[in-house]
Design a protein around this ligand. Structure first.
Ligand code: FE
Ligand code: CA
Length: 515
């Protein structure tokens, strides 16, 4: 039965091979270019990186317009932007089990330099992308630039910020999650206050539950040219926050009252779709027990980067989640954010430090922000989905950062830019935290939200805020870390202009923010 259907797909060839011959792939299988989701590179090491693409001629079709059989794809890596000098090439099978996505882990390259890559199948080619290997751990490095980006609700606004990010000169991009929003696609959009919002563009389909739903949400987003350009220009370290699975999920707990064993099936599908569309290593392929998100990368003797996972091992949000006053549960001693294993892994990484700076690249805000916006609110209000809802693990985390003496925290999730100072319980400075804004989530925004003055007055450790969309650009030097808040004036129209709203700095060894 299987053989017959396979022959039918291949047009009745006598001896149907298990893999479609390339000539067939090129000339008959693809009426349109199958590389419509673009390409990507990620997880750079000193000797290589991952290169990614997905065969998907019909991105919104449940099977991507592909026959349900493995198809061979050619790849090449070279040392010049036109790929005249190819240094490595090979073939990789795009399998239906992974929606015909391919992840090639290229190794054996030289450290700290750009490479260019391309995928081809028959006559069809991708654009040529640029990837960059990391400098060898411990090797002398005087400066490094990276960007932090994420939170890209498709229907909230255009990805124009990514077009500008593509033009930056960077070693890497850190993505802090919310690459998709599972809860979009409603026929109308309403704000929390009940006002109707116009669509900038519409996410297709309703909330994501099935693997097909998640795949389609990624596929639609990945057709965006600005996003494709940013992937093709830089190597990314991708993590995950809540909306890759479900708003405010942690561990195997849904935001709603869903039995854990049922939520785990949805989570597994969400993780699979995430893996299929991200340029991550095979070690991040989801298994029955979880998905490896947290990992480390070292950049010369200048920067050790620790990419965290603040969802998978976290205990339930206290006080019913949301923005709430403390119900008495925010300092439960047994609460977890990173979980014991990741916490030990981070402590060991900070202890063995070889570099001048430690980047803690993670998802939810560490600053314990009092969120009161109105004078009639008597008790301080915390975001229970941030570190502010987990004071015991937060204090351990801050102690570890303080002991390291050279850590900088870069965070996402808030959909606005914040910067401020983190202190341990005894008032000792531990680290500076930069919260990057969103690419599109929340819409165009303004320089400040109406409640910004009250928030600042209630939170003296918070030194900066801005409510425009964009990304954070970090320039790391031996003695000074500078973070540029890169903002865009509109995400409603395609001509948004980029600007540097502020440059904020930290001196090495002195965890205070300089404005
Ligand atoms: Fe978000
Ligand atoms: Ca989030």
């Amino acid at each position: 039965m299987t053989i017959i259907s396979r022959r039918a797909v291949l047009g009745g060839l006598a001896a149907a091979p298990l893999v479609a011959p390339s000539i067939l792939s090129a000339q008959q299988l693809f009426a349109v270019n199958p590389f419509r989701l673009g390409i990507a590179s990620g997880d750079p090491s000193p000797d290589g990186f991952v290169i990614w693409t997905r065969l998907c001629p019909e991105p919104l079709d449940p099977q991507g317009g592909m026959p349900m059989m493995p198809v061979e794809v050619d790849w090449a890596v070279g040392t010049d932007e036109e790929l005249r000098t190819v240094v490595q090439k090979g073939k990789v099978l795009a399998r239906p089990e992974l929606a015909h996505a391919v992840h090639v882990e290229v190794a054996g390259l030289e450290p700290d330099r750009p490479y260019w890559y391309r995928f081809t199948i028959g006559r069809e080619k991708t654009v040529i992308g640029r990837a960059r290997t990391a400098p060898c751990p411990g090797s002398p490095l005087t400066a490094l630039r990276f960007a932090a980006a994420g939170c890209q609700a498709y229907d909230d606004g255009l990805y124009t910020a990514y077009r500008h990010l593509a033009d930056e000169e960077l070693h890497f991009v850190f993505h802090y999650g919310d690459y998709i929003y599972e809860n979009r696609g409603a026929p109308i959009r309403i704000t929390r206050e009940g006002q109707a919002l116009p669509f900038v563009r519409r996410a297709i389909g309703g909330p994501c539950f099935s693997l097909d739903d998640y795949r389609r949400r990624y596929a639609q987003g990945k057709m965006d040219e600005d996003l494709q350009r940013a992937h093709a220009a830089h190597s990314w370290f991708v993590t995950m926050d809540d909306h890759e699975v479900e708003n405010n999920w942690v561990s195997d707990l849904s935001e709603f009252d869903v039995p854990a064993e049922l939520f785990r099936t949805r989570r597994a599908m969400a993780w699979q779709a995430w893996y299929e569309h991200m340029p991550v290593r095979r070690t991040s392929l989801p298994t029955a027990t979880g998905v490896q998100i947290y990992r480390r990368a070292r950049f010369g003797d200048l920067l050790d980067a620790h990419f965290l996972d603040t969802r998978q091992y976290r205990s339930d949000q206290p006080c019913g989640d949301g923005f709430e006053p403390d119900c008495g549960d925010i300092d439960k001693p047994g609460a977890q954010v990173l979980g014991p294993q990741q916490e030990r892994w981070l402590a060991a990484g900070l202890h063995d430090q070889t570099a001048r700076w430690n980047l803690i690249a993670q998802q939810v805000m560490v600053m314990r922000l009092d969120r009161r916006t109105r004078p009639d609110e008597a008790k301080p209000i915390a975001n229970m989905d941030s570190w502010a809802g987990y004071l015991a693990p937060r204090e351990r985390f801050l102690q570890a950062l303080k002991d390291a003496g050279n850590a900088v925290v870069v965070t996402g999730d808030e959909h606005q830019s914040f910067a401020g100072e983190l202190e341990t319980r005894d008032g000792t400075p531990a680290a500076v935290e930069f919260v990057a804004t969103s690419i599109s989530s929340g819409g165009s925004g303004a320089d400040l939200r109406p409640e910004a003055a009250r928030i600042r007055a209630n939170n003296p450790f918070l030194r900066y805020s801005n409510d425009r969309r964009g990304y954070l650009l970090c320039e790391v030097a031996r003695d000074l870390w500078r973070s540029h808040v890169r903002t865009i004036d509109t995400v409603d129209r395609p001509d948004g202009r980029i600007a540097t709203a502020a440059t904020l700095a930290v001196e090495h060894g002195r965890p205070r923010l300089q404005l």
